[in-house]
Design a binder for this molecule. Structure first.
Ligand code: TRP
Length: 356
């Protein structure tokens, strides 16, 4: 058939998954554990439930701070290759580039009608990122959360796997969806839920374990990159800051023992066990050196295969482009009818005759 099919009004327990990832910086262990790993889990859950898992590399969000266009394109390929290497499978999910699907930008404008300026002003991420800008605080940086809301709402996604730092953005997109539905028609948009992992949502900097591992703050010693060589991973983890409790005590206590607790959390996630089991496995340890060795091994066991697959995938940019283009086609098939509903409900554009 030609033209978009009318989409049924939403199923309130939608298992459709959507998440977005910035194509900036080198991806580190915090990104990997907090987000990328969750994507792969979500992909499987969505497939099981017979729904779609949709992952978007958000190049348009990356233009809201100072950046270099050729570098953006490089990082976009880097990010696509990392996601595929980590286990996203174009046969089991939709992976695409935000800028390829104009429905996102159109919907962000339409949603601005039900977005409170005051709410945008309260966004922590805007405050933090605007403080870092030297030349210009772009209006795009202020508007960022509306585009993010549009990313998710354009697909009527029910679940949004994200790291802990995205809570406020998720709350805002829920408010926007609720206000939109109240104003223009109940059930038009799905009010999504954030899915924030209980363990691993906040991986801390290895050198300053009271601060989150971050692309922009801290030094390279404090973060393990997904693509660091095994030896580098080992070195960074061996030098991780712990504490001087005497005798050393391997216990999970993020307040009192942030460095040790961070390593335990990394160890548990990479082994796929609970933190309690990680602690128990170190009952005979002689000190923090054993904890660090175990953690480095677990991280390398997890990241080793990702690094190998990455090298192959990253080398073929044409193949990456083809994957992204196919993903964008599938994304538009879902988003276009949602946009048609939104435009119609808002009275934008000509009246649409109901299809039979
Ligand atoms: N703001 C998110 C981050 O910095 C990235 C993002 C953009 C996103 N659009 C999204 C996440 C939609 C989830 C859903 O990590």
């Amino acid at each position: 058939s030609c033209g978009p099919r009318r989409v049924l009004r939403h199923n309130p327990t939608s298992m459709r998954v959507f998440s977005g990832i910035q194509p900036t910086g080198r991806k580190h262990l915090g990104n990997y554990i907090g987000a990328i790993r969750q994507y792969v889990v979500s992909q499987e859950r969505a497939v099981q439930a017979g729904d779609e898992a949709i992952f978007c590399i958000v190049d348009l969000h990356a233009t809201t701070v100072a950046y270099d266009p050729p570098v953006l394109r490089e990082r976009l390929y880097d990010t696509a290759a990392v996601l595929l290497a980590a286990g996203l499978d174009p046969d089991r999910c939709i992976l695409f580039r935000q800028g390829d699907v104009p429905e996102h930008t159109e919907l962000s404008w339409l949603l601005s009608a039900v977005t409170a300026h005051g709410d945008l002003n309260r966004m922590h991420q805007f405050k933090e990122k605007s403080a870092q800008q030297r030349e210009l605080i772009s209006a795009g940086l202020f508007f960022y959360p509306v585009l993010m809301a549009a990313d998710v709402l354009a697909y009527r996604a029910g679940e949004v796997p994200v790291g802990d730092d995205q809570r406020q953005h998720i709350e805002l997109m829920r408010d926007i969806a609720e206000r939109f539905n109240a104003r223009f028609g109940e059930g038009l948009l799905v009010v999504p839920e954030g899915r924030i992992p209980e363990v691993g949502a906040r991986i801390m900097d290895l050198q300053e374990p009271t601060r989150k591992m971050s692309t922009t703050v801290g030094t390279d010693e404090g973060r393990v990159y997904v693509l660091d060589e095994a030896k580098v991973v080992e070195k960074k983890i061996k030098r991780a800051v712990t504490d001087s409790e005497d005798p050393p005590r391997i216990a999970f206590d993020p307040e009192g023992k942030p460095g040790v607790s961070n390593l335990l959390e990394i160890l548990a996630v990479c082994r796929g066990t609970r933190v309690g089991e990680a602690v128990a496995s170190l009952a005979d340890a002689r000190g923090y050196g054993d904890l660090k060795a175990a953690t480095a091994d677990a991280v390398n066991a997890e990241l080793g295969p990702v690094r190998e697959r990455y090298a192959e995938l990253r080398a073929d940019e044409d193949a990456l482009e083809a994957t992204l283009a196919a993903g964008a086609d599938r994304a538009r098939e879902i988003a276009a009818p949602v946009l048609a509903d939104v435009r119609a409900a808002m009275g934008v554009g000509p009246a649409v005759r109901q299809r039979a």
